[in-house]
Design a protein around this ligand. Structure first.
Ligand code: CUA
Length: 315
């Protein structure tokens, strides 16, 4: 348990929502049950060792052996699994996105890419990346998909883990019971930068959540000092990146609110002054094989201008 780490921002054992509570309860249930099984097996082993015969008798060994194989190899494991099923199935059912009595949960589409997260709010058309903003106390149905290989969605303090499969859409229902940041991480090895696939989650009070969405539905005007940067960005970066009102690329993360995100490169680089510039110049060193090409065709100054403009994209 010490090695597994029982704290920190990604602890399954510090649940903050109903789905995570179910996962934690299952974990504790299995821990206690297998602890008892371990004690039982260890005691039986001790008894067998203390009562071992002085001389080996093949016939006696065969008879006793058969009895213990049936009891210890079939009956006990069978019973143990039945107990776990009776304990686990009703709990597991509570994690499924079954119809609720009241209004339907908020839908958010989360798509895994090598190696970033695309997040869409279909009801308002808001799009962001590597950042999932949720309202507190509201059930949310996350529609999980993948654009390339298998990824897995996992925000341990909010719920269980679910694979994101190419060509399929699976729904996970979560509810955050407390406002604040949570940390998510891709939980299925998806290539060399799997570790740099962090999802920054934040639960906001309903009013703040609505304000967050409303701010992202406005296309801010471009200040005059950034006009040249936008002209350079549009035909080059804009092929892959969308910036609301500027470009429409769909292949790479939407950058409309990139200045407001906690990190660059899905957790590779904390968003600090100068981080954008560093990222544009050295992203292939910081996160090798990421999908963005080297920016050989843009001059250093142009890149710096683009970085300065992107930092201002804060709705
Ligand atoms: Cu995506 Cu691992």
């Amino acid at each position: 348990m010490l090695l597994a780490g029982c704290g920190g921002p990604q602890s399954t054992l510090a649940p903050d929502g109903p789905a995570a509570q179910v996962a934690a309860r299952l974990w504790w249930g299995m821990f206690v049950w297998f602890g008892l099984v371990l004690l039982l097996v260890a005691s039986l082993w001790l008894v067998a060792w203390r009562r071992r015969p002085r001389r080996y008798d093949a016939e006696q060994a065969r008879q006793v052996g058969l009895r213990w194989i049936l009891a210890g190899g079939v009956l006990l494991p069978g019973l143990s699994i039945l107990v776990l099923l009776a304990f686990g199935i009703p709990l597991g059912l509570r994690m499924l996105p079954l119809p609720l009595g009241g209004p339907p949960p908020l839908r958010i589409e989360v798509t895994g890419h090598q190696w970033w997260w695309e997040v869409r709010y279909p009801e308002t058309g808001v799009v962001t990346a590597n950042q999932l903003i949720l309202p507190v106390g509201q059930p949310v149905d996350l529609e999980l998909a993948s654009a390339d290989v298998i990824h897995a969605f996992w925000v341990p303090r909010l719920g269980g883990k679910l694979d994101m499969l190419p060509g399929r859409r699976l729904t996970m229902r979560l509810r955050a019971d407390r406002a604040g940041p949570y940390r998510g991480q891709c939980a299925e090895f998806c290539g060399s930068q799997h570790a740099h696939m962090v999802l920054a989650v934040e639960a906001l009070e309903m009013a703040d959540f609505n304000a967050w969405q409303a701010a992202r539905r406005v296309e801010p005007p471009v200040a005059r000092e950034h006009a040249a940067a936008v002209r350079a960005f549009r035909p080059y970066c804009g092929e892959c990146h969308r910036v609301a009102g500027i470009s429409d690329g769909r292949r790479a993360p939407d950058l409309s609110d990139v200045g407001a995100r906690p990190s660059l490169g899905a957790g590779t680089l904390a968003m600090e002054p100068g981080a954008m510039r560093l990222w544009l110049h050295e992203h292939q060193r910081l996160k090798p094989y990421n999908g963005m090409p080297r920016h050989d065709r843009l001059s250093e100054d142009t890149l710096d201008d683009i970085a300065a403009w992107l930092e201002t994209l804060v709705p």
